[in-house]
Design a protein around this ligand. Structure first.
Ligand code: LMG
Ligand code: NDP
Ligand code: PMR
Length: 407
């Protein structure tokens, strides 16, 4: 194992076994070698690869802790610790309100995985989240190195992991030109999909090893999706529509040299966001198919409703931000408050009745259901043709693995 560094060749994992999950994680643990940053990556490659591979293969060794990877601060036996949920992007909107709902329940310890420490702490205090019910940890999904460092820090903390929520996202509807993550991926797909893809893979083993005595009954991994990525809905038909095509842009690196869009087309920020949501839902379905049986982890996605006042729209024009909430409240009736959306996400994390894996959950705001299989207000929803295309999902998985670990 110790020989695994960036030089390892990417192998497509054998689907459906826990060993495959561990192997997959070990491959992904090696840092991506961006040609533009080859020198820097080379300098940092060996130690980082080794640390991450060790962490995946065996329990973290406290002796290896350094200033940036703190020593275990939880010494209690994992089985007696409070169940722990990691929520990315918990400094505002949906993630913050879900963190609040879980923390206030008294049943969960929440790790708020955020790029802006101070903002997250202020937000938690403003909502009155009880001291000791949460920990803020640094995570910038726009940097794969930060993702790996976060995982290392979490493992070193000695905490158990019962739920992982991939919630953070950026939406850049007015951008004329693409911007890129530290690793050179278009920012929306790089953050919303590729950062989370690595995070989930590196933490799958911890979820699998969860002591299982949590309110949900089994460990859960939730990836937030959306209606706008599903073209079987009216909202999903507002242009520009999501469409991953044959993934030719993603295959060539999404770095703007060939294309910054997954389908190889011209840059469009609104489309890139919707495409990233398709990736989120496809990834959830792939995780379910590859790992549910072997790990016992429940994988799910959701559309929590249109939370029209969150920070997601910070980059939209002022007129949109003014008109969008009343439009959703009074015309589409798709509006939901941040607090209610947070409760919905918390329900998907913690409600024992929502234990079905591979599901995309939604709620019917006015209760006149178009959908089916109602469980405690949450409905098992249909996804679009593209999101239910498991061949495409499998290809997305393989290309995403390669992007994290190119040969
Ligand atoms: C782009 O604009 C933006 O340019 C981009 O920045 C990004 O935001 C992107 O998708 C996000 O949208 C899209 C633009 C063009 O839409 C608009 O926002 C313009 C507003 C047009 C106003 C129309 C009148 C509506 C009356 C309400 C007025 C109240 C307040 C307005 C509030 C505005 C905020 C939203 O969009 C269009 O082209 C307009 C038409 C889009 C309708 C598409 C519907 C297609 C339906 C096809 C049927 C599909 C069947 C599906 C079946 C599902 C059944 C379950
Ligand atoms: P917000 O902008 O309020 O929250 C997004 C969060 O993601 C923020 O905490 C933000 O951090 C964080 N974030 C952004 N970039 C990064 C990064 N590089 N690293 C770490 N964290 C990052 O939006 P919402 O609450 O609306 O969005 C949350 C989720 O809900 C998203 O997945 C979105 O797609 C989904 N969603 C939203 C809907 C809506 O109507 N709003 C509808 C359907 C789905 P910071 O505070 O530092 O900016
Ligand atoms: Mg949309 C019919 C219901 C409906 C719902 C539930 C949403 C949700 N939207 C609906 C309809 C419409 N929207 C219609 C008819 C229009 C044309 C006027 C419209 C427009 C629109 C715009 C311009 N809607 C938007 C935008 C955005 O910029 C948002 C977006 O697409 O971000 C990617 C958005 C959204 N509409 C929604 C939801 C949930 C969004 C937020 C995006 C998301 O998180 O997926």
């Amino acid at each position: 194992m110790a020989a695994m560094t960036t030089t390892i060749r990417c192998q497509v994992p054998v689907a459906g076994t826990a060993a495959a999950a561990a192997k997959q994680a070990a491959h992904l643990a090696a840092p991506r070698c961006n040609p533009l940053r080859a020198a820097a990556a080379q300098r940092a490659a060996a130690p980082r690869g080794l640390v991450a591979v060790q962490a995946v293969a065996a329990p973290p060794a406290p002796a290896a802790a350094s200033a940036s990877t703190p020593k275990s601060n939880v010494t209690e036996d994992k089985a007696t610790q409070k169940p722990t949920a990691i929520i990315t992007g918990a400094s505002s909107g949906l993630g913050l309100n879900a963190a609040n709902a879980l923390a206030q329940s008294g049943d969960w310890h929440v790790i708020m995985a955020c790029r802006d420490f101070a903002k997250a702490e202020r937000a938690a205090q403003k909502l009155g989240m009880p001291k000791g019910s949460y920990t803020v940890m640094h995570l910038d999904l726009a940097s794969l190195e930060s993702v790996r460092q976060f995982v290392q820090n979490f493992k070193n903390s000695g905490r158990r992991l019962d739920a992982l929520v991939a919630n953070a996202a950026v939406y850049l509807p007015t951008a004329k030109e693409p911007t890129f993550t530290a690793d050179g991926f278009e920012l929306s797909v790089g953050t919303n999909h590729l950062g989370h893809f690595l995070l989930v893979n590196l933490l799958l083993e911890d979820l699998k090893n969860s002591p299982k005595n949590n309110p949900a009954g089994a460990p859960r991994c939730i990836i937030v999706g959306s209606i706008t990525g599903n073209t079987n809905t009216l909202a999903g038909n507002v242009p520009p529509k999501a469409d991953l095509g044959d993934l030719r842009g993603l295959t060539t690196g999404l770095d703007g040299r060939n294309s910054s869009m997954i389908n190889g087309g011209e840059f469009d920020g609104a489309k890139a966001y919707k495409d990233s949501k398709v990736c989120n839902m496809l990834t959830m379905r792939q995780l379910h198919q590859r790992f549910h049986d072997s790990t016992g982890v429940t994988f799910a996605s959701l559309y929590p409703g249109c939370i029209a006042e969150t920070g997601l729209f910070r980059n939209h024009i002022g007129l949109f931000r003014t008109l969008f909430p009343p439009f959703q409240k009074f015309i589409t009736k798709g509006y939901v408050s941040e607090a209610e959306a947070g409760r919905r996400l918390a329900q998907v994390v913690s409600d024992p009745s929502l234990n079905k894996s591979g599901v995309y959950w939604s709620w019917d705001n006015d209760k006149s259901s178009l959908w089916f299989d109602s469980v405690d207000g949450a409905l098992e929803n249909r996804v679009s043709e593209e999101v239910s295309d498991d061949k495409k999902g499998s290809k997305l998985w393989d290309v995403s693995v390669k992007l994290h670990n190119p040969t």
